[in-house]
Ligand binder design. Structure first.
Ligand code: AMP
Length: 192
């Protein structure tokens, strides 16, 4: 089983690229953001707890997303591996992921990191607010908070995965097709 992480700031285009990757490489897509939005839509206890944090652009507590990931790994399916999108977002989550995978005798194969500057992220989130109607894309305070949270809590993971020799940087500023091609060029190397 292979384990890939699609990494990058909010609004980098991870969801769009993940959709193509899972089809091409027979991966199961796990997006903690999608899972949390589903909980919110179904008004579960967890969803209600997460709602105000998500809408303000803060992260939900590590234990919540770690639990979601562990149960998502147990979803039996005829697949070649998993693509994590939006997880891990903190060093504690990355360490938890290593422990969860170790218990399964597995490890992260590679982290595909989309590099996109803040100004472009903001443009893309404003665009997405018009098409997807996400509350956390439609207000500037939430957008700025998500970008700040990314720099403070998530970006340090780049060094974490570089130290493990697993980080592959992709220029995420091009068109959807250009970024797609750059990702696939790297992913293909794991299937030679
Ligand atoms: P996303 O769709 O990945 O941009 O996630 C939307 C929101 O869900 C984030 O701004 C966080 O509030 C929450 N979230 C998603 N994934 C995580 C995670 N791994 N850790 C903590 N919070 C998360």
């Amino acid at each position: 089983m292979k384990y890939f992480i699609l990494f990058g700031p909010p609004g980098a285009g991870k969801g769009t690229q993940a959709a193509d990757m899972v089809t091409e490489y027979d991966l199961h897509h796990i997006s903690t953001g999608d899972l949390l939005r589903e909980e919110m839509m179904n008004r579960t206890e967890l969803g209600l707890k997460a709602k105000s944090l998500i809408e303000s652009g803060a992260l939900v507590p590590d234990e919540i997303v770690e639990g979601m990931i562990e149960s998502a790994f147990n979803t039996p399916e005829d697949i070649d591996g998993f693509l994590l999108d939006g997880f891990p977002r903190t060093t504690a989550q990355a360490e938890a992921l290593d422990r969860i995978l170790e218990k399964r005798g597995e490890s992260v194969n590679a982290v595909i990191g989309l590099n996109v500057p803040d100004a472009l992220i903001k443009d893309r989130m404003h665009g997405r607010a018009r098409t997807e109607g996400r509350a956390d894309d439609s207000n500037d305070a939430a957008i700025n908070n998500r970008i700040k949270t990314y720099h403070e809590q998530t970006e340090p993971l780049i060094d974490y995965y570089k130290a493990a020799g697993k980080y592959i940087e992709i220029d995420g500023t091009g068109s959807i097709d250009e970024v797609h091609d750059a990702i696939f060029e790297q992913m293909d190397k794991f299937y030679e």
